[in-house]
Design a protein around this ligand. Structure first.
Ligand SMILES: Cc1ncc(COP(=O)(O)O)c(C=O)c1O
Length: 447
């Protein structure tokens, strides 16, 4: 029988009376049929307040690389909680974590901590502008860099704003943004080196930095085309711009040296979030000495009451030690598990005649469903995704999966964790088989 959610529904109705829109992050409203309320998690599994058990591939939006409630991290947090939860001052723990980052990432010559990647992105932009004395940031359509005024420019412009294929719109999805902020960005097409070169040339001498997700995880999990990351590096070196790698999702999932180690490039600044704290509110900015210089001199302000909070640091130290202990087996074994899930979902979809086309590097992937008549082949960029992906059909399939006990991120992203075992994958596939059958039997395209 498909899961039902009466307790979650009751809590959501209660929440709407005290919490604006009933949730604390806009995206959580997307969950259908109702935003779920959770009671506990363990390893690859999570239980909601109705007692429904899920094999989890949503994983706290990717933060739970070590699974739910790992015992070692719980112990580290408990120990620290008894020693002190907050000092707004120094502790040896912050050096322990910074030194681990230095040993893992060649580009991490210096480190600063914050509590969210959104904050770290703002710090990176500020540093880049101060470092270069230039105003503009170049980013790519469909890339997400947090919810602040700057990070969301050009994220997901509506089709009605697509008329110009050369000068992409610098729109912000939110009202209330300082209008001048939009003019400080140039938006380029991901994986189109010729377009990138033209735009960099057009604004030469005015661009402070190029920021990107090394794998475009936030839109369809689109890997960088061959040579694209080295083109970014080459242009940054040529014009004195900073290369900012936003590894909020890829960080530590892609190995101890993150996506920059996996693909082999060296950014000037790196944004780390999610897995660095294993689900605690922790994030880091790392960079070369040259790129971090203005923080050293005090000319760039970087602050925060809860920065380097000892609870987060205790969790982070435990998380980084897990990655270090895996040595060269990581990310290879996680990647194998993810690929096997991706492959089996594809086979299941064929059996149920669902045009599902999972794409991504296995460590994380996105389940595209092709619209009727849409051409085959890997999705290349944001517009290609919107043109070919059948979002309403995915929403229906995602609900069938949820009601069968398999939880992926609402918009179609799946992550595996170090706590997932082959048995979890097998069981998830057995559940997905039932979900796909139900979807195939009940889905009808909106008229
Ligand atoms: C690539 C990327 N950058 C930045 C952020 C912002 O992170 P946070 O929600 O911790 O502020 C996210 C969040 O999903 C992200 O995926």
């Amino acid at each position: 029988m498909p899961y039902t959610f009466p307790q979650s529904e009751a809590l959501f109705n209660r929440a709407k009376r005290s919490i604006a829109a009933g949730v604390n992050s806009g995206i959580r409203k997307m969950e259908q049929p109702v935003p779920l309320y959770f009671a506990r998690g363990a390893g690859a599994r999570v239980w909601d307040v109705d007692g429904n058990e899920y094999i989890d591939f949503q994983l706290g939006q990717g933060a739970l690389l070590y699974g739910h409630a790992p015992a070692g991290m719980a112990a580290a947090l408990a120990t620290q909680a008894h020693l002190g939860t907050h000092w707004a001052a120094q502790s040896e723990l912050e050096i322990d974590v910074a030194e681990r980052l230095q040993s893992m990432l060649p580009s991490a010559e210096l480190v600063r901590f914050n509590n969210s990647a959104t904050e770290v992105v703002s710090a990176a932009f500020r540093l880049a502008r101060a470092h270069t004395g230039r105003p503009l940031i170049l980013k790519f359509e469909g890339h997400y860099h947090g919810w602040a005024d700057e990070g969301l420019v050009g994220f997901a412009p509506p089709v009605s704003a697509w008329s110009d294929e050369e000068n992409l719109p610098r729109l912000h999805p939110s009202q209330g943004v300082i209008p001048e902020v939009l003019a400080q960005f140039i938006v380029c097409r991901w994986n189109d080196a010729a377009h990138l070169r033209r735009q960099v040339d057009a604004f030469r001498g005015k661009i402070a930095a190029i920021i990107f997700e090394p794998v475009l995880c936030n839109t369809c999990c689109i890997e960088p085309a061959a040579g694209f990351l080295s083109t970014i590096r080459e242009l940054c070196d040529r014009d004195g711009m900073l290369m900012i790698s936003d590894e909020t999702i890829t960080g530590f999932r892609f190995g101890a040296a993150c996506a920059q180690g996996y693909f082999g490039f060296k950014p000037d600044l790196t944004v780390l979030g999610k897995a660095i704290g294993g689900g605690t509110p922790f994030a880091a900015l790392t960079g070369t000495k040259a790129a971090m210089e203005k923080i050293l001199t005090g000319e760039v302000v970087h602050a925060g009451t809860l920065n380097a909070n000892p609870l987060c640091l205790a969790a982070s130290k435990w998380c980084l030690d897990q990655i270090l202990a895996l040595g060269t087996t990581h990310p290879a074994s996680l990647e194998r598990l993810g690929h096997s899930l991706k492959r089996s979902l594809t086979e299941l979809a064929v059996r149920h005649a669902i045009p599902l086309r999972p794409q991504g590097p296995g460590l994380i992937f996105h389940t595209v469903i092709l619209k009727p008549g849409a051409p085959e082949g890997l999705v290349q960029d944001y517009r290609d995704y919107v043109r070919r992906h059948d979002a309403p059909r995915w929403a229906h399939l995602r609900r069938c999966l949820l009601e069968a006990g398999v939880r992926a991120i609402e918009r179609g992203l799946w992550s595996v964790s170090l706590a997932h075992r082959e048995e979890d994958i097998d069981e998830a596939l057995a559940r997905a088989d039932r979900a796909f059958a139900r979807h195939a039997a009940t889905w009808s395209a909106p008229a």
